[in-house]
Design a binder for this molecule. Structure first.
Ligand SMILES: [Zn+2]
Length: 69
């Protein structure tokens, strides 16, 4: 996975932790610009849950949340 800030491929995983048996959180750091972020990995078929998790994060950060149904 490339850096989401500068698109560099010089990215390292500095921490991996599992939540339960299904979700894996990976802490990543870019070697080029130093940006750090976290990715969530889910088994195939859990896309719906992944979307919900992202929406939850956005809400907690106070961003506007618009759900389309
Ligand atoms: Zn970067």
């Amino acid at each position: 996975m490339d850096c989401i800030k500068c698109n560099s491929s010089q990215v390292r995983v500095i921490d991996t932790r599992a939540k339960g048996t299904r979700r894996i959180y990976r802490r990543r750091v870019c070697m080029m610009c130093g940006f750090r972020w976290t990715t969530v990995e889910l088994p195939v078929g859990d896309v719906r849950q992944a979307v919900d998790a992202v929406n939850g994060l956005e809400e907690r950060r106070g961003k506007k949340h618009t759900a389309k149904r």
